[in-house]
Design a binder for this molecule. Structure first.
Ligand code: ADP
Ligand code: MG
Length: 255
């Protein structure tokens, strides 16, 4: 089990995450939802051990991750929101580097890499440099890198950004399949619809605070409550988008 206990992260002028607690067990997918700037990536960075919280702690299998950081990271697969890829390497070389750093045996590593690249339709591009890849192709490389060592915990931060529709659907089924395999999954996103379809539990953040935390089923029933209505409308972008778009064009045309 993965447990976040009263996580708080303060920056000089903002409290990005404010007293957030949750648990994710094997076979569960926790959807971590909230509008832009609500503290999702900050939480994810704390959960993956990249950022220390101002207060609170993260426990894995009952022990603080700080006391077992190397072992914890070996059991974690993470798809970051901001990719740090090496542009001069090919997708295949990048995955070989990641695999070697994780100590995977070379023979099975090369086979796994080629199979994953093939399954993500990157077979033809596997020897081209990452600098030439589209955002979606880079995202597929990052997802492959997170899966390579068959980790027990998977953390995805806005994993669908740049992916085409088909890959998005494959990814959705992949998350469900991983959950069925008993993985612990944290899925951070600002897109309500996707989270609703694949998550067992949902946590909704607003300005760093927990606005709601429940099973997907219960939240569906709560969605009409005034306290959640605003948040959901921010998430599904039901603000008057047409008016905003017209205003943008007006500004463009103005002298
Ligand atoms: P989300 O992923 O939900 O869009 P973030 O966790 O990235 O939100 O950001 C939450 C808040 O914390 C935002 O107000 C953001 O500006 C602020 N923030 C994030 N990282 C930093 C940082 N390194 N220094 C200062 N403020 C930050
Ligand atoms: Mg983010």
């Amino acid at each position: 089990m993965l447990e976040a206990r009263s996580l708080t992260k303060r920056y000089t002028t903002t409290t990005a995450v404010d007293d957030v607690s949750f648990t994710v067990k094997p076979y569960e997918v926790l959807g971590y939802l909230g509008p832009n700037g609500s503290g999702k990536s900050t939480t994810v960075n704390i959960i993956t051990g990249l950022l220390e919280p101002t207060r609170g702690e993260v426990l894995f299998e009952g022990r603080s991750i700080q006391s077992q950081l190397i072992e914890y990271k070996r059991r974690l697969g993470y798809v970051p929101e901001q990719p740090h890829l090496y542009p001069h390497l090919s997708g295949r070389e990048y995955l070989q580097l990641v695999g070697r750093l994780r100590g995977l045996p070379k023979k099975s590593l090369d086979r796994k890499i080629d199979d994953l690249l093939q399954l993500f339709s990157l077979g033809a591009a596997r020897h081209s440099v990452i600098a030439s890849y589209s955002k979606g192709m880079r995202q597929k490389v990052l997802i492959s890198a997170a899966l390579l060592h068959n980790p027990d915990i998977l953390v995805f931060d806005e994993p669908l950004s740049g992916l085409d529709v088909t890959t998005g659907l494959v990814f959705r089924d992949l998350v469900k399949t991983l959950a069925r395999e008993g993985k612990i999954i944290l899925y951070s996103s600002h897109v309500l619809e996707v989270v609703e379809k694949i998550c067992t539990h949902v946590m909704i953040l607003r300005k760093g605070r927990v606005a709601a935390h429940d099973t997907v089923e219960s939240l569906r029933n709560l969605m009409h409550l005034p306290s959640l209505e605003d948040i959901f409308s921010e998430l599904v972008l039901e603000q008057d988008t047409l008016t905003t778009a017209s205003s943008i064009v007006d500004v463009m045309k103005s002298a």
